[in-house]
Design a protein around this ligand. Structure first.
Ligand code: SF4
Length: 322
């Protein structure tokens, strides 16, 4: 197809999109550990939920494991992922004499500390989140068995029987849908008026900002691509937010090769964003793929400025300075 024959395509690209401060910190932690100590560096779970990122770190010498018992006795660093880990994991690492580096996002750690404070004050904790997500496993694992209950939906709230309805608190996963969570929190407050919660919900700035940008763009486009992995919670939520905001054809796409051209082959306006764990290089790859088929013009739709930065985990700051 010659350039002259290409149909026009207007791409509305969301800002902010892609990497958040917690993801940048976690990836930098693995790269810094590799630079200081050399390979191998062990990483428990995908450091962030993106196969491209994981694969590029693997090529540099990172070894990803599901559990600590897969790691042989070693002096090499063992890094915990951005999603956070149950308390039992650092305790196990200590028993095994591992040099552990915690790359848990500080905004997830903040939720862990909130849960602990509520527990110390005698409150049963309700966690609003998605079962099985590593962040939820990590947050549940901050408290003893039975001290924290998970609710995923408004129906779960209706069915929930607390040990003491007057001694309750809630915390939330950081990467939820802002709108869904508001409904669930309202249901909790309606059923348990004395429930204690964070001043502002625990959904992080990056999740909130990316969802806001999608809400602005989705009603204006024929189709929308969220660059991200299927196991990335915040990417999945962006796709749902796009659908609810009026874009029926919203899809999660990992790489350009995954684009379903039966959906995206005959549109005039495309919305584009990326989950917090998706690198910008993959956004560019998607734009390039469209540019092969369309005469593309790109317009950025910005709904917030971000300047959040988290310093590296303490162990790496010290070593880097020396
Ligand atoms: S999405 Fe939010 S909580 Fe998760 S790593 Fe990024 S900043 Fe931290």
């Amino acid at each position: 197809m010659s350039v002259a024959e290409k149909p026009p395509l207007s791409v509305l690209i969301c800002a902010p999109r892609g990497f958040c401060a917690g993801v940048v910190r976690a990836i930098d932690a693995v790269e810094k550990a590799l630079a200081i100590y050399g390979p191998p560096v062990y990483v428990r779970h995908e450091i962030v939920h993106n196969k491209y990122v994981v694969e590029s770190l693997r090529q540099k010498g990172a070894i990803f494991v599901d559990e600590l018992d897969e790691i042989p006795p070693t002096n090499a660093p063992v890094i915990f992922s951005a999603h956070g880990v149950p308390k039992a994991v650092p305790e196990d690492a200590l028993r095994r004499n591992f040099f552990a580096i915690d790359a848990t996002c500080p905004l997830v750690t903040k939720v862990h500390r909130e849960a602990e404070v509520h527990h110390r004050r005698g409150r049963h904790v309700v966690l609003v989140g998605h079962a099985g997500h590593p962040e939820v496993v990590g947050t549940m694992g901050q408290l003893p068995e039975g001290a924290i209950s998970l609710v995923e939906t408004v129906a779960d709230v209706a069915a929930f029987t607390p040990p003491d309805a007057n001694a309750l608190a809630y915390v939330t996963q950081t990467t939820l849908s802002v709108d869904d969570t508001r409904e669930i929190v309202e249901a909790l407050k309606a059923r348990f008026p004395t429930i204690v919660g964070p001043h502002k919900e625990d959904i992080c700035y990056a999740t909130t900002n990316r969802q806001e940008a999608v809400k602005r763009v989705a009603p204006q486009v024929d189709a929308m691509i969220v660059v991200g992995s299927p196991n990335s919670s915040n990417s999945q939520r962006l796709r749902e937010v796009a659908e609810r905001a009026g874009c029926a054809a919203a899809r999660l796409v990992l790489r350009a090769e995954d684009i379903d051209w039966t959906i995206f082959g005959n549109i005039r306006r495309l919305g584009l964003t990326a989950g917090a764990s998706a690198p910008e290089v993959l956004v560019e790859e998607i734009i390039d793929a469209f540019a092969e088929r369309y005469e593309v013009t790109v317009e950025t739709v910005s709904t917030a400025d971000e300047s959040v930065f988290f310093p590296l985990p303490r162990e790496l700051r010290k070593e880097a300075a020396e």
